[in-house]
Structure formats: structure tokens, C-alpha cells
Design a protein around this ligand. Structure first.
Ligand code: NAD
Ligand code: IPM
Ligand code: MN
Length: 361
């Protein structure tokens, strides 16, 4: 198969972790007889430096022309980076939001799996970690607070900021369907997370999710308030299969879920629309604190590349090969610093990519 992949290396650790994912993709393509062409795209801080804006029309078009996009992460240190002297709509994060919206990537899948080999890196009590977990966060990605109107103004001499949270029933229905579709391929349970005891948008969310559930009689649906969900994720993560939620709640809960797997450096993600196209990126950020040191964990990005092969190219065998290689390297005891535990061997970003490639034969 010929694959046309757009690559956004991004900022901070972005280029380091994306290089490893490309290494693993190249090795997989070599072993399974595929060919990949990469187009480098600039987005985020790297684009501001060259173009003055975090996303240009040309880049958006080039992304659309690709079969899929592999991305590192964007952004910098808000205190020290000059990007944050710009108005909010010109900062790196705005580019990411424009890209998600411009590509209509409404469904963000963030799988959080506690690998047997990483139980020692899980911060939870041993008896909880020993039970393991394998959950999928299905986060709505193009609506809610992220895309509502915002303003900061002085009202009666008082500085007042406003962010609007809007969802319409169609936006909720399409993400809910995705959540149930995924649940049908997994353990057939959906936990829909909202704040229906306070928010109108959540009450509509609950109503529409219940309507959609009628088309999936085999799937068990439960509703959970977001504050309770945050607590349940550390108390008993094994209870979850698919966690279906809106944009902001999904952002927060996915960082929490990632840490329970051992590190944010383990959490892959796929952002999908109604076509085979997808944007694949780690769920974590550009980690300015460790950028350039060669110690970042590339596994989330490598697993995101596996998701790309699975969702955008239907290459299940190849995706399995990458996922199995990651598990094998962890089993062999190799660890980046973020998932390091006693008795294991600490290695850097590039070595981790090399080790994973060794298993793809
Ligand atoms: P962050 O996820 O970048 O970092 C949080 C902590 O996790 C840091 O200690 C970091 O070192 C660690 N970490 C993150 N990824 C890691 C990896 N692969 N290996 C090892 N450790 C890792 O979050 P932050 O510090 O809040 O944000 C930094 C910048 O990243 C901000 O500009 C933010 O807007 C941006 N950001 C971008 C994305 C994205 O591009 N999708 C996601 C989240 C944050
Ligand atoms: C993520 C990030 C982004 C988000 C930021 C960088 C805009 O935190 O992908 O989780 O909040 O969606
Ligand atoms: Mn986030």
C-alpha cells in the first residue's frame, strides 16, 4: 500500500518523539511491503516562527491532501516563550484548534491501557494496579467551551471574562454513535460522563445519548457525573470500558487516565472525522521541561502511529505488530525515565525507538 502521511513535528519534544514514530513506521512498511511518503507540515510555534501564524491555509490544505497526519505536540512554556506575547488567537494552541475544526475531527479516541509490565509504574495502590484496566476515552473534539464565543471586557469597572459552552443535539448524536460503535467492538459498556446536575448542555447530552443507546441494545449505558468519574478513575479504573464525554471533561479525564497507566508519555490518540482520514498524536504536550534532552517517552506517539495504520489504512496486522513490539520491549525491562522503576534499564528516546524497531520483523 502507498501511504501519504503529513507530518507535524511540532514544538518542544515533538520532533524527538515524532522521529521515533517515523522510524517505527518505516520499519513496519519495510517488513510488510508498503511505501510511505511524508510531507512535513508546520503548525504551532514552529509555524509562528516561520509564518507569523500557527496554521496557514496552505498547511491546512496539505493536511487535507494527506491520507493521515502524524503529529508531535505543540506549544511552549507560557512564562518564557515569545509565542505567548501574541494575542490568544495567534498562539500555538490556536493552530491546533483550527486544525481540528478545519478537518472536522470531532471524535478523539484516547486509549488508556495499563500494561502488565508497567504495573510497577502505576501510582495506584498495588491491589488496584494488579487488576489492570483497558479503557477508551471518546472525547468530543470540535465543540463545547473550546469553540464557544469568548470575551474579556470591563463591565461597570470590573474586568469580566466569558467563555460560552454550546452543544447542539447533532454534535452530541454523532460522537455518541462513535462511542457506541467502539463499545460494540470492545466490552459493550459506555459510561457517559457529564455534569447534568448543573449544566443544560449536559442535560441535553444525557438525553441524546439515551436516544442513541436505543439503537445499541447490547451495550450497557451508565451515566456518571464528571467529578465522580475523576474519583472513580483512581479508585477503580477497571470498571470502565468506553468513557464518552464532551471536549473539556475529556481533556482533563484523559490526562488523569494517562497517569494511571504510568505516564502521559504512554497515552496515544486518534482524532477522526467521517472519512478514513485521521490526525494521530500523543495526548500529552510538548513538555518544554525535558525538550532537547533525548529522554522523552516516544511510546504514545509510536502507539498513535499504530492507530493510524489501523484506522486510516485498515492495516490491523501491522498495527498489532507495533503494539506487540511495544509490549515486548517493556517486558524486556527497557524504560524511559517517566516509567522507570526499580530493577529496570533506563534508556533514552532514540534507543526506545530502536528497541521497538528490533521487534518488528
Ligand atoms: P505536558 O503534557 O507537555 O507536560 C506535563 C508533564 O508531563 C511534564 O512534566 C512533562 O515533562 C511530562 N511529559 C509529557 N510528555 C512526556 C513524554 N512523552 N515523556 C515523558 N514525560 C512527558 O503539559 P504542560 O506542561 O501543561 O504543557 C506544555 C505545553 O504543551 C503547553 O504549551 C501546552 O499548551 C502544550 N500542549 C500541547 C498538546 C498537544 O499538542 N496536543 C497537548 C497538551 C499540552
Ligand atoms: C490536548 C491538549 C490541547 C487540548 C491543548 C494544547 C489545546 O491539551 O490535546 O489534550 O486542550 O485539547
Ligand atoms: Mn490535554
Amino acid at each position: 500500500m502507498e501511504m501519504k502521511i503529513g507530518v507535524i513535528k511540532g514544538d518542544g519534544i515533538g520532533p524527538e518523539i515524532v522521529d521515533e514514530a517515523m522510524k517505527v513506521l518505516d520499519q513496519t512498511a519495510k517488513v510488510y511491503g508498503h511505501s510511505i511518503s511524508y510531507t512535513q507540515l508546520l503548525m504551532g510555534g514552529a509555524s509562528i516562527d516561520v509564518n507569523g501564524v500557527p496554521l496557514t491555509e496552505e498547511t491546512l490544505q496539505l493536511a487535507k491532501d494527506s491520507d493521515a497526519v502524524l503529529m508531535g505536540s505543540i506549544g511552549g512554556d507560557a512564562k518564557t516563550s515569545p509565542w505567548y506575547q501574541l494575542e490568544p488567537s495567534k498562539r500555538p494552541e490556536a493552530g491546533l484548534l483550527q486544525l481540528r475544526k478545519g478537518l472536522n475531527l470531532f471524535a478523539n479516541l484516547r486509549p488508556a491501557v495499563l500494561y502488565d509490565e508497567l504495573k510497577g509504574a502505576c501510582p495506584l495502590k498495588k491491589e488496584i494496579a494488579d487488576r489492570g484496566f483497558d479503557l477508551m476515552i471518546m472525547r468530543e473534539l470540535t465543540g463545547g467551551l473550546y469553540f464557544g464565543k469568548r470575551s474579556t471586557e470591563e463591565i461597570d469597572g470590573v474586568l469580566t471574562a466569558k467563555d460560552e459552552l454550546t452543544y447542539n443535539e447533532n454534535e452530541i448524536r454523532r460522537i455518541a454513535k462513535r462511542g457506541f460503535d467502539i463499545a460494540m467492538k470492545r466490552n459493550k459498556k459506555v459510561t457517559s460522563v457529564d455534569k447534568a446536575n448543573v449544566l443544560d448542555s449536559s442535560r441535553l447530552w444525557r438525553k441524546v445519548v439515551e436516544e442513541v443507546a436505543k439503537d445499541y441494545p447490547e451495550v450497557t449505558l451508565e451515566h456518571m457525573l464528571v467529578d465522580n468519574c475523576a474519583m472513580q478513575l483512581v479508585k477503580d479504573p477497571a470498571q470502565f470500558d468506553v468513557v464518552l464525554t464532551e471536549n473539556m471533561f475529556g481533556d482533563i479525564l484523559s490526562d488523569e487516565a494517562s497517569m494511571v497507566t504510568g505516564s502521559i508519555g504512554m497515552l496515544a490518540s486518534a482524532s477522526l472525522n467521517d472519512t478514513k482520514f485521521g490526525l494521530y498524536e500523543p495526548s500529552g504536550g510538548s513538555a518544554p521541561d525535558i525538550a532537547g534532552k533525548g529522554i522523552a517517552n516516544p511510546i504514545a506517539t509510536i502507539l498513535s502511529a499504530a492507530m493510524m495504520l489501523r484506522f486510516s489504512f485498515d492495516l490491523d496486522k501491522e498495527a498489532d505488530a507495533i503494539e506487540n513490539a511495544v509490549a515486548a520491549v517493556l517486558k524486556d525491562g527497557y524504560r524511559t525515565i517517566d516509567i522507570m522503576s526499580e530493577g529496570k534499564e533506563q534508556i533514552g528516546t532514540a534507543q526506545m525507538g530502536d528497541k521497538i524497531c528490533e521487534y518488528i520483523k
